[in-house]
Ligand binder design. Sequence first.
Ligand code: FEO
Length: 391
Amino acid sequence: MKPRKITANIHWLGALDWNRRLFDALIPLPDGTSYNAYLVQGSEKTALLDTVDPATTETLMAQLADISRLDLVISHHAEQDHSGALPAVLQKYPDARLLCTPKAKTMLMDLLAIAEDRIATVEDGQTLSLGDKTLKFIYTPWVHWPETMVTYLEEDRILFSCDFFGSHLATTDLYANEGRVYEPAKRYYAEIMMPFHGAIKGNLDKLQDYQIDLIAPSHGPLYRRPAFILDAYRDWVAAPPKNIVVLPYASMHGSTEAMVTHLIAALVEHGVAVEPFNLAVTDIGKLAMALVDAATIVVGTPTVMVHPHPLVVYAAYLANALRPKARYVTMIGSYGWGTKAAETLTGMLPNLKVEIIDPVICKGFPRDQDLAALDELARTIAAKHRENNFT
Ligand code: FEO
């Protein structure tokens, strides 16, 4: 794809990765992704903001074919999906200077073997003139690594935000269709940003005094109505959890599944929404999205070799790493002859600031007393949600 004009002398460059289905050998990408770079041509200097994933370097270099001179290359984030083509760009433009935060400098040297004398660091709040355009660099750590920053283009009021506000969405829409992008943006927040929600709140506060007409992230479409994504982020980061139970589970011979089915019905009777995820078939990104809002996590697991099912161990590890804002956690499940599954699971969630509700464990297939215990669990959860006015 050729460069796409945003405003006079500002162009989108980059690549649409329609067929990529996994990021970091971990994160599902049902909608593909994009790697956005931006070319800002001032009256005196030209800057390239970020590059692309190394697999799409040729695409970026073709877009730069008619650009005879680059003065500056801005690296907002050292992760390779944005920095991967830096070596090729720096080779093509031997006089260009690479600008980044001090932490990014070390990372770029470590990850990409970029020579130290090609890199200069910028300070938080520093401005740099391209002639008739002024770049202001704003440190925004942990979106999504510790070295990240964004750039505010003062005259055009454009925020180049890199991962911040991004979405894994390959689309020919240069600008966001809000109904289309909401879910990919939330999925992106859940999978990439949620572990750092405290730092993100600080970064949102830091940006609130800037007049922003356009947000240009490095994944997914651009936001011509910045309030759309800024308000969404404030909701995901800081709004109270909602009256929702997220219920990841595995079942081997149907006993835990029967408990899950009964608990879902009981919770619904008490006015609590439930989002169940059978971990044998689920898209782990959908589970991550559900964790953004849920007030309670109920984990359903059979016992395997005394401990939780491995799929549940994986989901618990992810939930602990993602640090959702849930307030309550409990467990349901079945065992054959002995179990420490509940103790194991509880010990796997040290990052969560939650109250642990007593688990419901049954031996074999659930019987009347087990179903009654699940009814009581549903009542307890509903009461806790009401006490907190979770809606
Ligand atoms: Fe899109 Fe953290 O890289």
